[in-house]
Each structure stands twice: as structure tokens, then as C-alpha cells.
Design a protein around this ligand. Structure first.
Ligand code: SIN
Length: 538
């Protein structure tokens, strides 16, 4: 039995959801009549990656489109490693998902001809991307769903950091959380849902916010859950390179609107790499830009002619972010760089969101459902968070029996003494975090090779030997997991590019791992990977 050493209160809950992005909100809205307790490290719907998402939601809504065409594009982007059944579920549910979100109170951009405006993005064979506020889809989704949750779908614990899952006899039984005042509560749960987002913060260049450092993934790993495809990290080609952290995203929709990427002489160098130029697959564009920047060249996004005066109206988020850094995209070129953006891997789940650990569900970016394989198709991430979040919520809502718990935080016994509010990281911790992120960017970035990956593992192991606070320990743990998985995959596929193994290995398949906390080691589970979806289900 793994139980935390000290808690100030024990609270008996029914369903506990950790995370308040699109996936967590979707679970909370769908789980009725279950009583949901939603834990978020910040403010509801204002924390994590969802409110920053500029890209839209893909759905086959056009007269020339169908879920099977959407599925074909998703499977092609995934570079041979998608789970076809998970993709079918996703793409068939997509049109209804848009209508469900509208019913929950979000607003999408209308077409002048009536209905919703449908945009086209790289690697989509049809125009099928629904946006809100031009390039503010995530913010609108968070607003709409967040308001619906606040109307009573869940009890919300804001500014509350989840720290550790508790297990008894192999079953996840709750989560230890730290409240804003420093007190630790143990939330005992009949069902625990992780919706904690991604891991982009592990890289020094990222579009992800500070909280996306893999705390949920690390907790699940320590609790014994199987993990999948950890090596597959998508690097977005165009983050605004102005020294901000996180780097502001410069949405791919700009390239969809014919903005060009040029060097300092104004030459469109991407045409040398791929016939689709700026609209080549995301990993191809990211690699071309990374190589050019490493060689000391410039990468500049030119939207002056393609978008010009319409920029503030069509891309208000990018416009505001550029203006905050003294750039005006109507007249200036925007310096861009690849940046860690999205994790295709994560806690292995089946298509119902079940993990290998009884009592534990996962959805959204922290989960690996098999939808994205080795590379995610643009605008499939919010969609996946919604569709699989609702599936988890509905499944829990339908369940009968021993889920019902008792919510009574005021009556909970207080033991031990509070430690006071968490303090800002002291400079040493900031330095260590910066070091971890530089190691990952340098050796586990857009291009990887065995020597660099081994160096990264050694350096992370050295850092791990020093006493680390919880956040740094998670950063080192998750960094080591991703690096080990990248070392184990001796081929190039999708977003994982090995310069020492540049070709794809036709025999390769999805990877499955467990984590040994005592040995601080990722353990390959090839025999369990063979029957993966059934294995993960219980
Ligand atoms: C973007 O707008 O370029 C990002 C969209 C996505 O990550 O799907």
C-alpha cells in the first residue's frame, strides 16, 4: 500500500478529476450524476495549454467531407503507428462534438455563407477546421466549458497542486494534493481521472506553459501505470523567437493563409526541402528550421503580403503577442523557431480512457490513446481531449455501485501542522530547471542521435543524485523517461528523428513501458505491447 506520510485532512470523494483543460472540463460535464471534484493548479479553465491553443478543432462538417476521410488523414500523419479503432472513434464523434460544445455555450467563427467557417490546415485533405475568435479557439473553449462547469457540474478546488497518487492492493485510491495555504489533503476517490496535459516545459524552447512539466505522467508512472510512445514529441515549427518563455505560438493557419517562411535574403528555402514548402508536414518544416538556426541562419515568417492589413482581424492573438514584443506583422517579418508543442505519448489507455491501473483513467494530452501515433495531425488535440474526456465522463456516470463518496471537507480531521504557502523557486532551483531544459533541447530535440541521448541520460542521472524538490524530481524523471524511450527507438518515424537511424524500420510498432522508481529506470514491455488495447483494458 502506498500512502502519503502526512496529511492535514482526508476528504472522501466520488470522481476526482485532476486538470482543468478541455479534457478535464469535458469529464466533469459528462460524468453526471456522479459527484465530480475537479482539482486545478491555477484558476479553473485558465491553467494549462487549452487557453493558449490557437489552432482549431477538426471535424468533417463540409459537404465534400466525411469521418473516414478525416480518419485517413489522421492515420497518414501518424506515420503507421495509429490505433485505427481509436481514430475511428475520434473522427466519427467529431461533428457531434462541435455541436455539443456549441450547446455548452462556446461560440465558433461563422461562415459568411451561413453555418460555421471551415479552414484548411497542412495534411488535411479537406477544409474542416473550426476556429473561434480567429486564432483564439482554446480560450473560447475554456471560457464556454469553464462557465458550464461553474454552473454546478463539479466542486472545484483551485490553486491546488496534485502531488501523488495513492494506491492500495494495486488499485489507485486517491490523490494527495497541496492547497494554496500549504496544507495537504488526501482526496480519496472511487475513480481518479488524470487530465493534466503535456510535458513541453521540459524543453528550453516550448509553446507550453510552466505547469506542463509532466507531473501527471510522473504520478501515474510511480503508481505503476503503463506508459506508451513516450519518445514522440511534436515540435511546432513556428514559435515567436523573441526571448519569451513560453514562446508565443505563430499559428500554422498563417501558413495556410499563404504566409511564407524566408531567410534573411527573403528566399523561401522550404521549397528546397519539400514540394509543399511551408505546408509540408510539421516535422519536416520543424527540422528544416532547426538545422538552419543551428547553422546560424535566420528563419522569418512573412505575412505582409498574404495577410497584411487584415492581420489584426484575422489573427488577433498572434497580432497582440507580436505587438507585445515590439513587432507589427503587417510590416515586420516575425523571427520564428521550432519549439516543443505536444506530446503524442503518455499514460497508456484503451479507447475508454482506462489505464492499466484499476481506479485510474486518463484523457487529453497526458494520455496515449493511440490516436496520434508518431505524429499528430493539426487541430486533432482539442478534439481528442473533448471526445475522450466525454467518453471517460459518460462511462463513469453510467457506472453503478461503490463510486459514491462523501464530500465534507469542513468535517475532515486536521492533523499535523500546515507548512505555509508554497514559496517561489529559489535561484538554485531555477538554475537546475534551466539546465534540465537545455539538456532536453540540445540532445532530445528535433533531431536526436545515440551519443547525445546517452549524454542526456548521464547528465539527468547526475542531477537526480542531488536533493531535488518535487517539481525538479518530476522534470528529471520525465526527462529521463522520454530520453530512454528515444534511445530505444532506433529508427526515424513521425516526429522522432534519429540522425544515426534516418530511415523508418517497417517492423517497428508502438512502444509500451513501465517505470521502476527504485532503479529510476524505464522498463520496456514489448510482450504487453503486442496485445496493447486489450492488455491496457481491465
Ligand atoms: C497551430 O495553430 O499551429 C497549432 C495547432 C495545433 O497544434 O493543432
Amino acid at each position: 500500500m502506498r500512502r502519503p506520510a502526512r496529511v492535514d485532512a482526508v476528504v472522501h470523494c466520488d470522481v476526482v478529476v485532476v486538470g482543468s483543460g478541455a479534457a478535464g472540463l469535458a469529464v466533469a460535464l459528462a460524468a453526471t450524476p456522479r459527484r465530480v471534484t475537479l482539482v486545478t493548479g491555477g484558476r479553473l479553465a485558465a491553467h494549462g495549454s487549452t487557453p493558449l491553443a490557437q489552432g482549431g478543432i477538426a471535424a468533417a462538417l463540409g459537404p465534400d467531407d466525411s469521418p473516414s476521410l478525416h480518419a485517413e488523414d489522421t492515420v497518414r500523419a501518424a506515420a503507421g503507428l495509429a490505433d485505427p479503432e481509436a481514430v475511428r472513434i475520434l473522427t466519427e464523434a467529431a461533428p457531434a462534438a462541435i455541436h455539443r460544445v456549441l450547446a455548452d455555450g462556446a461560440r465558433f467563427d461563422p461562415s459568411p455563407r451561413g453555418g460555421l467557417a471551415l479552414g484548411r490546415e497542412a495534411a488535411h485533405s479537406r477544409a474542416r477546421i473550426v476556429h473561434a475568435g480567429g486564432d483564439a479557439t482554446g480560450a473560447e473553449l475554456a471560457r464556454g466549458l469553464g462557465a458550464a462547469v461553474r454552473r454546478g457540474a463539479a466542486r472545484v478546488l483551485e490553486s491546488t497542486q496534485a502531488e501523488e497518487l495513492t494506491t492500495e492492493d494495486g488499485r489507485v485510491t486517491g490523490v494527495l494534493v497541496r492547497r494554496a495555504d500549504g496544507r495537504r489533503w488526501l482526496l480519496r476517490a472511487a475513480a481518479l481521472v488524470l487530465a493534466t496535459g503535456g510535458i513541453g516545459r521540459l524543453w528550453s524552447r516550448t509553446t507550453n506553459p510552466r505547469e506542463s512539466y509532466g507531473a501527471g505522467l510522473a504520478m501515474a508512472a510511480r503508481a505503476g501505470a503503463l506508459l506508451a510512445d513516450l519518445e514522440f514529441v511534436q515540435f511546432h515549427p513556428t514559435a515567436l523567437a523573441v526571448g519569451a518563455d513560453p514562446m508565443p505560438l505563430v499559428t500554422e493557419a498563417l501558413r495556410g493563409a499563404s504566409a511564407a517562411i524566408v531567410d534573411d535574403r527573403g528566399r523561401r528555402f522550404l521549397l528546397d526541402e519539400h514540394e509543399d514548402g511551408e505546408l509540408a508536414p510539421r516535422d519536416v518544416v520543424a527540422r528544416a528550421l532547426a538545422r538552419r538556426l543551428l547553422a546560424g541562419g535566420a528563419c522569418l515568417l512573412d505575412a505582409r503580403r498574404a495577410v497584411g492589413e487584415a492581420f489584426p482581424e484575422r489573427f488577433p492573438t498572434v497580432f497582440r503577442l507580436a505587438r507585445e514584443h515590439g513587432l507589427d506583422p503587417r510590416v515586420d517579418l516575425l523571427p520564428v523557431s521550432p519549439a516543443a508543442h505536444y506530446h503524442m505519448g503518455g499514460v497508456a489507455t484503451d479507447s475508454r480512457g482506462l489505464t492499466s491501473q484499476p481506479g485510474l483513467w486518463a484523457c487529453g494530452e497526458v494520455a496515449s490513446t493511440g490516436v496520434h501515433g508518431a505524429n499528430r495531425l493539426a487541430s486533432n488535440s482539442l478534439l481528442e481531449a473533448l471526445v475522450f474526456g466525454w467518453r471517460v465522463g459518460e462511462a463513469l456516470g453510467r457506472r453503478t455501485g461503490a463510486l459514491e463518496g462523501v464530500w465534507d471537507p469542513t468535517a475532515a480531521a486536521t492533523t499535523g501542522s500546515p507548512e505555509g504557502p508554497p514559496t517561489e523557486s529559489p535561484p538554485t532551483e531555477e538554475r537546475v530547471e534551466r539546465r534540465i531544459r537545455e539538456i532536453l533541447w540540445r540532445h532530445v530535440g528535433v533531431e536526436r542521435e545515440a551519443g547525445g541521448l546517452e549524454t542526456a541520460l548521464e547528465e539527468l542521472a547526475r542531477l537526480r543524485r542531488a536533493p531535488l524538490d518535487r517539481r525538479l524530481r518530476d522534470l528529471v524523471t520525465v526527462g529521463g523517461m522520454v530520453t530512454s524511450a528515444a534511445l530505444a527507438r532506433r529508427e526515424s518515424r513521425g516526429a522522432h528523428f534519429r540522425t544515426d537511424h534516418p530511415a523508418a524500420d517497417p517492423a517497428s510498432r508502438r512502444s509500451l513501458f513501465s517505470w521502476s522508481e527504485t532503479r529510476a529506470e524505464l522498463v520496456a514491455e514489448p510482450e504487453r505491447a503486442a496485445g496493447r488495447p486489450a492488455e491496457v483494458a481491465r
